[in-house]
Write a protein that binds this ligand. Structure first.
Ligand SMILES: [Fe+2]
Ligand SMILES: [Fe+2]
Length: 248
């Protein structure tokens, strides 16, 4: 069992709140796909890459959560994984509505999966949080900058979910970091930044054509992602529970 689950007696209650939130989210209606969508080729190619990343089976995360020995956390994680897979489904339907193709693999997704290979919970959640924070300014740019209404609607829904995923992971990481000596925490923070900066830079470069279409210069995307990640880092060092109402 993870020590934080013994130390933090409110953890089960908090994760039950998260589980209920993810459960509520499952009952939302789909956008009206019959509206159809018009998506420029550069944005469609970019969304297709995000669609791959969202579609992970989450096996590693579920295994790591199962090893925590905390049934409430595992139940919340299963629903979290379902929600991520639903993002992949929504993006797939959006691309289909626009007559744009999906893809079956992309090297960036393979790299992220390999970083999480056989990871214990802390590494799993830290790597996942990097991907989540990279996604936030991207989906915000799609929501605010796409010309197509269906695209904006799908992006708004995914962004709203991602804004909750980060606090969900933060709650877990606060518990993970709480029992560590300060030098270990400092080392982990340095490694975390060393993973984040190239990841955000790769998104900025890889998706530059789409970001420009969305009137978000890649440099602004990068600085916004770094600002969010700095705030995540500060939050990880704090104590206390993070409930579903909390957003970054
Ligand atoms: Fe997602
Ligand atoms: Fe997410």
């Amino acid at each position: 069992m993870q020590p934080w689950l013994v130390l933090d007696t409110t953890a089960a209650h908090v994760f039950e709140r998260w589980r209920r939130r993810f459960e509520e989210n499952r009952h939302r209606p789909d956008p009206d796909w019959s509206l159809g969508a018009e998506i420029p080729a550069a944005l469609a190619a970019s969304l297709a890459r995000f669609q791959i990343g969202e579609g992970s089976d989450g096996d590693g995360m579920i295994r790591a959560a199962a090893r925590s020995g905390q049934a409430g956390y595992l139940a919340a994680v299963r629903l979290f994984v379902n929600e991520e897979q639903d993002h992949s489904r929504l993006l797939g339907r959006l691309l289909a509505a626009a007559g744009r193709p999906t893809i079956t693999a992309h090297w960036s997704d393979t790299v992220f999966r390999s970083l999480r290979w056989r990871a214990r919970l802390r590494r799993e959640v830290m790597v996942l949080t990097v991907a989540e924070v990279c996604a936030l300014p991207y989906y915000q740019a799609v929501r605010d900058g796409a010309d197509d209404p269906l695209t904006r609607e799908v992006a708004a829904r995914i962004l709203a979910d991602e804004q909750e995923h980060v606090p969900f992971h933060l709650h877990c990481l606060r518990l993970e970091f709480a029992g560590l000596p300060a030098p270990v925490r400092a080392l982990l923070t340095a490694v975390w930044w060393a993973l984040f900066v190239p990841s955000a830079a790769v998104v900025a470069v890889n998706h530059r054509a789409a970001l420009r279409l969305l009137r978000m210069p890649p440099t602004r995307y990068f600085s916004e992602a770094c600002r969010l990640f700095a705030s995540v880092n500060r939050e990880t060092g704090n104590r206390g529970s993070i409930l579903p109402a909390r957003r970054l």
